[in-house]
Write a protein that binds this ligand. Structure first.
Ligand code: DP6
Length: 328
């Protein structure tokens, strides 16, 4: 059986996926919009082997924990079902960013595994089928399959919930400057956060108002209206944390250093620097700017204490095969 290596980027959500209407299929309550990240990616090699008695999984050079292996095996069961085969696989996965940096690796991990796994099993899935498959591993992974700027259409069932490209990577030379403020593993993972989200009294209201925000953000992205885009981006990031902090029990992802950066972003914006922030389910801050302002922003943040790392991302293509070379 062929040995296939695929590379997939992580992505930053501008409109967040938060809350699942079906937990086993990772079907979201709403659409979400994201950008693929050039410097945060996973490279995964898969080879099925009739001689194996179980899946053998390595992550960043180490044998995977039982929890990690079980999640990979569950996903490979879906691949085996599609390919009508029984063989177990050898999986070797490496992240470009150190584990525990608070950057979601599940999106890049499952997008890479979906492509490498399906090709290694002899399947040649369309981009749509690949996005659907990746979603079963981790919801946000479906957004790491198309190139550039992407929208995940929530759909009505398994077969209609997948991500499509809105515009290619070269549409807009944005930067996502990730400020790593904490490398600790978060106490409440996003899968748990999704489950709790509907218990917030504001969740229903969010679902009612979200379609309008999604349309406006998509429009601002297509028109490259940076101030309009940035305003919506921040509203969305704040709302994610409002929902998290008001669910039952509440989840607090933000730390004092997060607030310090948010205050700086607002102050510098008043001083005329075009910069906005977004947040994920963690304390790290993603600074969004246009490429022409990158240097000025890096200079300003260079002077702040407590930043443990900085990753500067550009928009990039989605999952693709590295070996053997091919067009996807
Ligand atoms: C806050 O895709 O990690 O990053 O489907 O349970 O694997 P699972 O969740 P995951 O959730 C991502 C949550 C988020 C927002 C987003 O990326 O849209």
């Amino acid at each position: 059986m062929p040995k296939i290596t695929a590379i997939a980027p992580a992505n930053i959500a501008f409109i967040k996926y938060w809350g699942k209407r079906n937990g086993s299929l990772n079907l979201p309550f709403s659409n979400s919009i994201s950008m693929n990240l050039s410097e945060c990616f996973t490279k995964t090699t898969v080879e099925f082997d009739e001689g194996l008695s179980d899946d053998a999984v390595k992550i960043d050079g180490k044998i995977a924990t039982e929890k990690e292996r079980a999640r990979v095996s569950k996903f490979l069961d879906e691949v085996r079902k599609l390919a009508k085969m029984k063989a177990y696989a050898k999986v070797d996965s490496k992240n470009s960013f150190p584990k525990g940096t608070g950057i979601a690796s599940s999106a890049s991990a499952f997008a890479a595994l979906a492509l490498a796994g399906s090709r290694a099993a002899g399947l040649n899935l369309s981009k749509k089928e690949l996005s659907i498959l990746a979603r079963l591993g981790s919801g946000s992974a479906c957004r790491s399959t198309p190139d550039g700027f992407v929208e995940w259409k929530k759909g009505t069932k398994h077969k209609t919930s997948y991500a499509v490209q809105l515009v290619p990577p070269n549409h807009w030379d944005l930067r996502d400057i990730v400020l790593i403020l904490s490398t600790k593993e978060k106490k409440v993972g996003s899968t748990e956060g999704h489950k709790l989200a509907p218990s917030s009294p504001f969740f229903k209201k969010r679902l009612q108002t979200l379609p309008k925000r999604i349309n406006s953000l998509r429009e601002a992205l297509l028109k490259k209206d940076f101030p309009g885009f940035g305003r919506l981006l921040e509203q969305e990031a704040i709302e994610l944390h409002i929902i998290a902090m008001t669910c039952n029990p509440p989840i607090f992802y933000l730390e004092p250093a997060t607030w310090e950066i948010i205050n700086k972003v607002r102050k510098w914006r008043e001083e005329g620097v075009p910069i906005f922030f977004t947040l994920d389910a963690g304390p790290n801050v993603h600074l969004i700017c246009e490429s022409k302002n990158e240097k000025e922003i890096l200079k300003r943040f260079g002077t702040i204490k407590g930043i443990q790392g900085v990753i500067v991302n550009k928009p990039t293509k989605g999952v693709h095969v590295e070996y053997p070379k091919c067009s996807l």
